[in-house]
Design a protein around this ligand. Structure first.
Ligand SMILES: NC(=O)c1ccc[n+]([C@@H]2O[C@H](COP(=O)([O-])OP(=O)(O)OC[C@H]3O[C@@H](n4cnc5c(N)ncnc54)[C@H](O)[C@@H]3O)[C@@H](O)[C@H]2O)c1
Length: 347
């Protein structure tokens, strides 16, 4: 019999425990905490190992690995994006992730990240809008009412003080689901029949649709001066949401240009089109919104550092909540050279 050493065990946060964690702390508190964690990591941006994510594309979707390290801790996320999954009753996006100690390479956390990705994406969007959206924004159009949508709405409520969301989806059933899920959460929720109706009076426009093509969720004539656009759904080569002319009128803010130029809305522009890195705005090295009539665009694709921040946040809650199980994940014999002996002792 081979009894695992304590180093063999890796804390694992299952979907069930992630749900319990979010319920225990409260969705809006988790969103606000994550935004603070992500902002803190954007402040120390130069420290991180950075690379565009490693993507494996197919006709129907993409599977990606997203690694980073701050020198002490390493992290990666596995994530897919399959817009056609929904028709088969499957999620468009699923994910899990891992943290490891750089000093030994031993994993220190394995976690579900499907729910955590929706939380971190909304937290990042709202954190960016805090720096870029018009001061005193109260109303957000939310176009695309699928899996990510409620998280976006509550993130903007918790972090930016949004009080009204105006929903639109090509599928009215998605809008009805989103409106029902948001009922009683302190937001005025307006279900709209057209995207034009959804953006009426909105200072912030969030697009979070899923379609594997160059889609045009917003055309140029729909976007007036002075709005902030949070474009979340265009995050793969050949998969965008905004008409190119909107981009040409906007000040464009990105996570990591090397990745966004491949995956974001700006794949439609020349490779040297000027963009501003969000971390530099947060650090005071670049200007965010500079006048009330400016159109600011957060061309979100999702970057590894955000997942790293989210995983570290989850790890920081383990002792306090006990919401994890131990996985016997690392083969760790007493004599490190006697790996084969583990098999003999187990027989
Ligand atoms: N930027 C990021 O960090 C990040 C993170 C997670 C997901 N995403 C992307 O966000 C998007 C949404 O993800 P999800 O999990 O909510 O997907 P989902 O499939 O659950 O929902 C997408 C919704 O968009 C709607 N839609 C499709 N075309 C539309 C159109 N033309 N107009 C209005 N609505 C339309 C669909 O009916 C559906 O309800 C995906 O493209 C995903 O890849 C981005």
């Amino acid at each position: 019999m081979n009894t695992p050493s304590h180093q063999a065990y890796v804390p694992f946060v299952s979907v069930d425990n992630m749900l319990k964690l979010v319920l225990h702390l409260g969705v809006e508190r988790v969103l606000a905490d994550l935004a603070a964690e992500i902002e803190a990591d954007f402040k120390r941006w130069p420290l991180f190992d950075k690379t565009p994510r490693v993507a494996s594309h197919s006709d129907v979707g993409v599977i990606e690995l997203m690694p980073t390290s701050d020198g002490e801790t390493y992290g990666f996320k596995y994530v897919n994006g399959h817009p056609s999954n929904m028709k088969q009753g499957l999620q468009t996006v699923t994910a899990f992730g891992l943290l490891a100690e750089v000093a030994t390479g031993y994993p220190v956390l394995l976690s579900e990240m499907t729910i955590l990705t929706a939380l971190r994406t909304a937290a990042t969007s709202a954190m960016a809008a805090k720096w870029l959206a018009p001061a005193g924004s109260t109303t957000m159009a939310l176009i695309g009412n699928g899996a990510q949508s409620e998280f976006q709405a509550l993130g903007f409520k918790a972090i930016c003080g949004i009080s009204e969301v105006r929903l639109y989806d090509i599928d009215p059933a998605a809008t009805a689901k989103c409106a029902a899920n948001l009922a009683g959460r302190g937001l005025k929720v307006v279900s709209c029949a057209t995207p034009e109706d959804a953006i009426l009076g909105a200072q912030i426009i969030t697009t979070v649709t899923a379609d594997k093509q160059y889609a045009t969720i917003l055309t140029d004539n729909m976007v007036g001066a002075g709005v902030h656009i949070n474009a979340v759904g265009g995050d793969c080569p050949g998969k965008t949401e905004l008409h190119k002319d909107i981009l040409l009128r906007s000040s464009i803010f990105v996570e990591y240009p090397e990745q966004t130029r491949i995956e974001g809305e700006i794949q439609q522009l020349a490779p040297d089109h000027p963009v501003i890195e969000l971390w530099q705005v947060i650090n005071g090295q670049a200007t965010g919104r500079s006048d009330a009539r400016e159109i600011t665009l957060f061309d979100s694709v999702g970057f590894a550092v955000e997942d790293f921040s989210a995983l570290r946040y989850v790890r920081s809650k383990l002792d306090e909540t006990g919401l994890f199980t131990q996985l016997d994940m690392i083969a760790d014999p007493d004599d490190p050279r006697d790996l084969f002996g583990m098999i003999l002792r187990a027989s």
